[in-house]
Design a binder for this molecule. Structure first.
Ligand code: NAP
Length: 487
């Protein structure tokens, strides 16, 4: 596909009330991290533009909430179909602005699209209940209602899926939306807004603001008493700030925050499966996933063999621009990400760890870091505490199950954990003992639109996807009426 022609088709303006409008703060450039080249110049929103977007979402709220659920679902189903037709365009666009290999960008179109299909089906299954109170004196009616206008803030690492995972359940529930994508990857969201319009979404139901001043544009929207819900995906540090802001109006919030996933390999694990799982859990999305395995906690009897096999597999990965054939490791998002991976690795090595392969940034254009395996990482190393967000696989050893549990839970995060064992009872014990919102038992990827995605501890609040996902956008109302028989 012609990159230039695709980029020309992507809107370069804010999307407010069904109109593509200029940004009052001018424009800003979007870059390809594989080349450092500017690929497009787009509208930069001011705080006033943000409030205009909220005005549009508020104006459209009642009509959208009153739109039959079947109609809402059908619009989303059409959006799902259109996304399949435009799959190659969305995949290429994500590779261009974010850097992930084209095959993985294609995988994200599938994953992101599934939220549209799933919630197009869930839209018509919003139910309540009716029952007698225990005293027999009344009837209790429990009903569900759209929360109202929502504000979404999304990260750069999954430009499509992080948007659809919020937009689809919100639209299904009858809520209107303002979304602010990350400055680094705004194009996919703009192109997706165009797709939803083509699918028949009425004006004002979805509004997009792109900005270089995320804090100053977001704060007035969050402070506005007409907003009813804030949903954020990003770092725990920013999530905490937003929670403080949201507390002012006691806003409903969903927070999908950082992770520090343990990947536990027991001595009875099928090592082939564990290595396969490790490659996915670590190197998918260039390691830039909140679900990326951050700490490989491997039983001492199999640690050397596990390290040998993953090192061999890492040797087969191909670094390059994500559009090139066979590339499995694209660039990191920017220089800061490369610096972070390098400094975490340096700290681990200084404290006694050994690098088995990789370990360096690549010279030349683009922000590339070699896929790396580092073993014998010592307790206290930064790499065990911080999200690496890069292609560095770090191994520590354990000797018994209690130690594995202690090490795995030794983090303020609790998004996802991976466990490899052939012992079913041990696997079940790990489900109960690990402090985690999600778990992969003998698998290296857990995400699915039909599953409740989310974390415990400082990894967040709420769930996206599954039957649970739509309830983030519904208020429960309870009504009591007298016993109709007069008792
Ligand atoms: P980030 O720096 O927290 O940014 C996330 C979003 O927040 C971006 O749109 C960013 O906009 C915006 N933002 C930053 N500061 C803000 C402020 N003061 N007020 C309002 N918005 C603000 O995170 P990131 O580096 O993009 O993404 C990586 C993080 O996301 C990792 O920690 C990862 O684990 C987490 N993540 C979590 C999940 C999950 O489901 N749990 C999924 C994916 C990623 P600008 O970039 O334009 O400033």
């Amino acid at each position: 596909m012609d990159e230039k022609a695709l980029l020309e088709r992507v809107p370069d303006r804010l999307y407010i009330g069904g109109e593509w409008t200029t940004g009052s703060a001018g424009t800003f450039p979007v870059f390809d991290p594989a080349t450092g080249n500017r690929i497009k110049e787009i509208a930069d929103a001011s705080p006033e533009d943000g409030i205009r977007a909220l005005d549009a979402a508020v104006a459209a709220a009642d009509a959208w909430a009153a739109t039959p659920a079947r109609t809402r679902g059908e619009i989303m189903r059409r959006a799902f179909d259109l996304l399949q037709e435009r799959r190659d365009e969305f995949a290429l666009l994500m590779t261009l602005e974010m850097g992930k290999p084209l095959a993985e960008a294609n995988g994200e179109v599938t994953y992101g699209g599934e939220f549209l299909r799933w919630f197009s089906e869930e839209a018509v299954r919003i139910t309540g209940r009716y029952g007698e109170n225990p005293e027999g004196t009344g009837r209790m009616i429990v009903s569900q209602h759209p929360v109202g206008p929502c504000f979404f803030i999304t990260p750069w690492n999954f430009p499509l899926a992080m948007a659809t995972r919020k937009i689809a359940p919100a639209l299904a529930a009858g809520c209107t939306v303002v979304i602010k994508p990350a400055e680094l990857t705004p194009l996919t969201t703009l192109y997706f807004a165009q797709l939803l319009t083509d699918a028949g979404l009425p004006a004002g139901v979805l509004n997009v603001v792109t900005t270089t001043s995320s804090g100053t544009v977001s704060a007035p929207i969050i402070a506005d008493s007409r907003l009813r819900k804030l949903s954020f995906t990003g770092s725990t540090a920013v999530g905490k700030k937003l929670l403080q802001q949201a507390s002012e109006n006691v806003l409903r919030t969903s927070m999908e925050l950082g992770g520090n996933a343990p990947f536990v390999v027991f001595d009875d694990a099928d090592l082939d499966k564990a290595v396969e799982g490790a490659m996915l859990a670590k190197f998918r999305n260039i390691g830039e996933a909140c679900t990326a395995a951050n700490r490989f906690i491997v039983h001492e009897d199999v640690a050397d063999e596990f390290a040998r096999r993953v090192t061999e597999r890492v040797g087969g990965l191909k670094i390059g621009r994500g559009t090139e054939d066979g590339v499995t490791i694209g660039p990191l998002i920017n220089e800061g990400a490369v610096d972070k991976a390098a400094s975490l690795l340096q700290d681990a090595v200084t404290r006694g760890a050994s690098v088995l392969t990789g370990g360096s940034r690549l010279e030349g254009s683009g922000t590339f870091f070699e896929p790396t395996v580092v073993t014998d990482v010592r307790p206290g190393s930064e790499i065990l505490r911080e999200e690496i967000f890069g292609p560095v696989l770090s191994i520590i050893r354990f000797s018994d199950e209690d130690e594995a549990v202690r090490l795995a839970n030794d983090t303020e995060y609790g998004l996802v954990s991976y466990v490899f064992t052939k012992d079913l009872a041990r696997g079940q014990r790990m489900i109960e003992r690990l402090e985690t919102g999600m778990m992969g038992l003998n698998v290296g990827v857990v995400s699915n639109a039909a599953a409740p995605f989310g974390g415990v501890k400082q990894s967040g609040l709420g769930r996206e996807g599954g039957f649970e996902g739509i309830h983030e956008y519904l208020n429960t109302k309870y009504t009591l009426t007298p016993n109709p028989f007069g008792v």
